[in-house]
Design a protein. Structure first.
Length: 274
């Protein structure tokens, strides 16, 4: 592990902007603060009569497995062009319309038994060799390390950041796709700042739609995870891209059905106000 990794401290760890590549996870330059707003979670939407729509689902290899799944609507779908709200507000409306429930963001550190535990072996596997291959966007080198040397791709530094974290932050689509196809690579992870891979992907200066689509299909609950500062992934997205993210959410509304899982509802269900 490089000396720069060993010297980093929690107080220094923040997303930064670099003039050469737009951002850099190892060098602190100009910190970009998240766009945190209070009251992002709205109250219940009025329920309209139910209707049914036809959806298509895909398996892990992006193959169509069903073309006739029916999804009941509990309210009218929000319009990304007319409902000019933040992505978080749009997401809440969309979840209510498609799932008939309300979830609320929770800080990662407040959720017990929700994220995977990082082991000493996984930290030891986060070597300078595999880190360099990922940082340099060298997919061939990563594949060779994995296939010929048995290098695990599910490794972490001591801050809880993984190779997937780095690839999402830098927008390395090919590497993210490769990592997500590894059965041992975890998505439900958070670093010591409470940030998930979606925080890193949404922080990128350019909307990483494909990366976020892949992650949403694996675990859409990550959209509702807040970091230590109380900010969700979309609160790191730039306001000028909000229209893009609203359309993204509508286009990927089928992925939100996974939010009905018991482990998600038990952690993120919005409690009624007394």
């Amino acid at each position: 592990m490089s000396s720069s990794l060993a010297k980093r401290r929690f107080s220094q760890r923040s997303f930064s902007v670099s003039s050469s590549v737009g951002y850099d996870d190892e060098t602190t330059t100009i910190e970009r603060a998240p766009i945190c707003t209070a009251g992002d979670v709205e109250g219940p939407l009025s329920t309209t009569k139910s209707s049914e729509v036809t959806t298509t689902q895909k398996d892990g290899n992006n193959n169509t497995i069903s073309a006739n799944n029916e999804t009941k609507l509990y309210a009218a779908l929000p319009d990304p062009n007319k409902d000019k709200v933040s992505p978080d507000d749009f997401l809440h409306k969309l979840v209510f319309a498609t799932c008939g429930m309300e979830l609320e963001p929770k800080k990662a550190k407040s959720l017990n038994d929700f994220f995977v535990k990082v082991t000493d072996e996984q930290v030891a596997a986060y070597t300078i060799t595999v880190v360099s291959a990922c940082r340099n966007n060298d997919l061939d080198a990563l594949k060779k390390l994995h296939s010929e040397e048995g290098q695990t791709m599910n490794c972490f530094n001591r801050f809880g950041e993984s190779l997937l974290t780095m690839a999402c932050r830098r927008g390395f689509e090919a590497i993210v796709e490769f990592l997500l196809h590894q059965p041992d690579v975890d998505v439900r992870i958070s670093d010591d700042s409470g940030r998930t891979v979606l925080h890193d992907a949404c922080w990128n200066p350019t909307p990483q739609l494909k990366i976020c689509e892949w992650i949403a299909k694996r675990d859409p609950a990550l959209f509702f995870i807040a970091d230590n500062r109380g900010c969700t992934p979309f609160q790191y997205a730039r306001p000028e891209h909000w229209d893009i993210w609203r359309q993204f959410l509508l286009d990927n509304k089928e992925s939100l059905q996974a939010l009905k899982a018991d482990d998600v509802k038990s952690k993120l269900w919005k409690q009624p106000q007394n």
